[in-house]
Design a binder for this molecule. Structure first.
Ligand SMILES: [Zn+2]
Length: 210
């Protein structure tokens, strides 16, 4: 069961997700609360940090641990705008989080009932109570807006639309992953603006550019 207090904290997590959105990151946010106080907050920073582990929950847990000066976060509640993945479930278990409240379920990666349920593993997240669905509309709308915008921007590129170097698109919606998925094909099909993106991606990986 969730209450009005929960709504207040989930709204804070949503604020974090909006910051991620503005940075061109998949908009997911998290806050950790103990006795009416936010111990730590975080938003998805995967692209910014170039770090696959930079999920909102991991960042919020790290921040909360620094606040209390202890890796144990017993008694705390984690509010996340999206159902945590397996990696984050591991962190939630490790820090002995007492309660998890998430907004939207994630059918692809959600580890608390959507894709898998880690609570079926004996002793894993055993003391954790879980609530979900709070402010799901707001969280889902933000995610949908993000992916809709990204799809339309990608469509523009495919149609040969101009993309300013260092301007809006590359910064707002980094496409490293897409380019990396098939660099040869991308290079063959690329127009100028795409090749810039490709070279930048290859350079980052220490590979020769064209
Ligand atoms: Zn995660």
């Amino acid at each position: 069961m969730t209450g009005t207090g929960d709504r207040r904290w989930m709204a804070e997590a949503l604020e974090e997700a909006k910051v991620a959105f503005d940075r061109g990151e998949v908009p997911v946010g998290a806050v950790i609360v103990l006795e009416g106080r936010i111990l730590g907050r975080g938003y998805n920073l995967i692209e910014t940090l170039g770090d696959a582990t930079a999920h909102a929950e991991i960042i919020a847990i790290g921040a909360a641990s620094r606040t209390v000066g202890d890796w144990r976060l017993n008694g705390s509640t984690l509010y996340a705008t999206l159902e945590p993945c397996l990696m984050c479930a591991g962190a939630i278990d490790a820090c002995r989080m007492s309660r998890l409240v998430y907004a939207a379920g994630d059918p692809r990666k959600g580890s608390f009932g959507s894709a898998v349920d880690v609570r079926e593993i004996r002793g894993f997240c055993s003391g954790l109570s879980v609530d979900y669905g709070l402010m799901v509309e707001e969280s889902s709308a933000l995610l949908e807006a993000f992916f809709r915008e990204r799809r339309s921007e990608e469509g523009k590129i495919r149609r040969g639309g101009r993309v300013d170097e260092g301007g809006g698109l590359e910064n707002r919606f980094p496409r490293k992953r897409d380019v990396g998925s098939n660099p040869t094909l991308s290079a063959m099909n690329s127009r100028g603006s795409e090749r810039i993106g490709l070279n930048r991606g290859l350079r980052k990986r220490g590979l020769p550019t064209r």
